[in-house]
Design a protein around this ligand. Structure first.
Ligand code: SF4
Ligand code: SF4
Ligand code: FES
Length: 328
């Protein structure tokens, strides 16, 4: 006998022609085990409220259209099981459905993807072939196995924007390049057939780019294809540094971190800001520093002796040599 349950779907709604703000509708339906969130929404649309609006295409985890937040987490509706979600639901037999975050809302669960498309264009998220057009099609334009291995995982990206929805930096600054564009930039930049490496890298390493990532790892945690997005971000940073693109504040900040660990085995927080922003910008921050001082949130000027500093320096040295070992 099929297992069945009555389940409530609390779905975020918004019709720009009728509503001044968002609200939630509750739909209570009977669901069998094995049904996806997308099938449940289709049922609601076909049988209860035909106005319910969401994007869907492949229904097989390939096109990325159906990304939405299920119980507060960005996922593909077509790949997410209702019964599995019930296990993590904060309320019994209730599933919360909302649009992905960090995009403006068009209607119900549909968001405006145009800013992401613009970023794909602005950051040159495609391979521009080195091979002249006259030779195209006449001979093979292949890549090495080694290169393929570097970007293979990144090609699994289906542009669903779940990582963008979960990115903490995007919440603070919508102009931030975004995790998916960084991933695409990495994928294109390691491709030896590409002729735009330098231009792309310069763009990615500028303001609002790769240095603004806060390392929260939310993108990795929530990528629907389990792609290690941070690997791409680290590789892009490394490439920017080795190619001399270290003038941005983000690059200077990272360099100050490296230098502290290399020389002292700990961070000298009191001087991190001037080394990152320069003296002029630091002086402008004096009022903020005074406020922080009175709230007891200033970093210590004199660093207390930290145990195992030599060990930390040794880790750094070994990492630089590429032979990290946890032995002291
Ligand atoms: S690690 Fe960086 S790119 Fe990824 S979610 Fe956090 S801030 Fe965004
Ligand atoms: S990186 Fe992952 S979560 Fe982000 S758009 Fe691509 S597939 Fe979706
Ligand atoms: S409908 Fe295509 S990924 Fe879900």
């Amino acid at each position: 006998m099929d297992e069945k349950k009555e389940i409530s779907f609390r779905v975020q709604r918004f019709d720009p022609q009728l509503d001044t703000g968002i609200y939630y509708d509750n739909f209570r339906i009977t669901i069998e085990k094995g049904v996806t969130i997308l099938r449940a929404l289709n049922y609601i649309k076909d049988n209860i409220d035909s106005k319910l609006t969401f994007r869907v295409f492949c229904q097989a985890g390939i096109c990325g259209s159906c990304a939405m937040r299920v119980n507060g987490v960005s996922k593909l509706a077509c790949m997410t099981q209702v019964w599995t979600e019930l296990e993590t639901s904060s309320e019994n037999d209730l599933i919360l459905i909302e649009p992905i975050k960090n995009f403006s809302l068009i209607r119900d669960l549909v968001v405006e993807m145009e800013p992401l498309v613009e970023k794909l264009k602005n950051y040159y998220s495609w391979v521009k072939p080195k091979m002249p057009a006259s030779e195209m099609g006449k001979k093979e334009f292949s890549i090495s196995e080694e290169t393929f291995q570097k970007y293979d995982q990144a090609t699994d990206c289906i542009l669903c924007a779940s990582c963008v929805s979960e990115c903490l930096m995007m919440e603070v600054n919508p102009e931030y390049i975004s995790p998916v564009i960084l991933l695409k930039s990495y994928r294109m930049n390691v491709d030896e057939r590409d002729a735009m490496n330098e231009v792309r890298l310069k763009k990615v390493a500028s303001d609002k780019g790769v240095w603004d990532c806060t390392h929260c790892y939310k993108c990795v945690e929530h990528c629907v294809k389990n792609i290690d997005i941070m690997k791409g971000i680290h590789e892009l940073r490394h490439e920017a540094m080795t190619k001399g693109l270290h003038r941005s504040e983000g690059a200077k900040h990272a360099q100050a971190f490296f230098n502290d660990i290399k020389r002292k085995g700990h961070l000298v927080e009191a001087t991190l800001i001037p080394r990152t922003l320069g003296i002029f910008k630091t002086l402008k921050m004096v009022p903020t520093a005074i406020k922080m001082f009175f709230k007891g949130r200033m970093p210590p000027v004199f660093v207390r002796s930290i145990p195992h500093k030599r060990y930390v320096k040794k880790i750094y040295k070994n990492l630089k040599k590429g032979n990290y070992s946890s032995k002291r």
